[in-house]
Design a binder for this molecule. Structure first.
Ligand code: URA
Length: 236
């Protein structure tokens, strides 16, 4: 809930001061009734009219979240688990662009801008996503080549990618592998490793297009700048 004059100005109709004038002059209706009190509280559910025209709060919001483990990448969960949306303080109905698995950490974008979301998740759009994966066993060079060239998942070959061993940890018999893919199929990284028999122990998304986790700790988020939003729109 927020004050009517603030709501009107946030909808981009006019300044807060001008909105106050309109209210006291009887030009504003809430749910069909003229409201002249400045303190009146409204929410996005209320129908607000200014000079007999319904106004809408369609200001767009864009967030970059460092998703922790154990958080679901959807708006709501039928098992009551915490979602990425729960981590962001906003009254706007936002949703994640694409998904990360429950146990995957790292960068995820959230917005109420359906146009940008559709554009970025459309299969024709090759947005690069970079991951650090920890897999069981020694990750062989020949397997890196096979996965980079593409393997068949659900009958369709994956696009060119990059799989590169960064470090092998003898003590735990596990490999750290840098992965860059430009598709966003379900559980894609884990399923690709699985084709060659590797179990993914940990997965972290460190980059989405030109955006990284710089300056954020797990669970923290920031707004995208207008420049970053424009850059995302110009990706092809
Ligand atoms: N690939 C996966 O397997 N899981 C993710 O969360 C993201 C990419």
């Amino acid at each position: 809930m927020e004050r009517l004059q603030k709501y009107i100005s946030e909808c981009g109709v006019c300044s807060r001061r001008k909105a106050e004038e309109l209210i006291v002059n009887g030009k504003v209706k809430v749910n069909g009734i003229v409201v002249k009190e400045l303190g009146t509280k409204v929410s996005g559910e209320d129908v607000v009219e200014v000079n007999s025209k319904v106004i809408k709060n369609d200001l767009k919001e864009y967030y970059l979240l460092y998703k922790p483990r154990g958080i679901i990448s959807s708006v709501a969960d039928d098992k009551g688990r915490k979602t990425v949306v729960d981590l962001i303080k906003t009254k706007t109905r936002i949703y994640p662009i694409g998904r990360l698995d429950y146990d995957t950490t790292g960068i995820i974008l959230l917005t109420n801008d359906g146009e940008l979301s559709n554009q970025l998740t459309h299969p024709s759009n090759d947005v690069e996503k970079e991951y650090m994966a920890k897999v069981k066993g020694f990750f062989k060079k020949e397997d890196a080549i096979k996965l980079s060239d593409g393997v068949v998942l659900d009958g369709v070959k994956t696009k060119k990618a990059l799989f590169k061993l960064k470090r092998y940890d003898k003590k735990t018999d596990s490999s750290y592998v840098r992965v860059i893919i430009s598709e966003g199929r379900n559980h894609q990284v884990k399923n690709m490793f699985q084709v060659l028999g590797y179990d993914t122990l940990k997965l972290k998304r460190e980059r989405y297009a030109f955006l990284t986790l710089d300056g954020l700790k797990s669970g923290e988020y920031r707004n995208l700048s207008i420049k970053e939003v424009k850059q995302l729109y110009s990706l092809k």
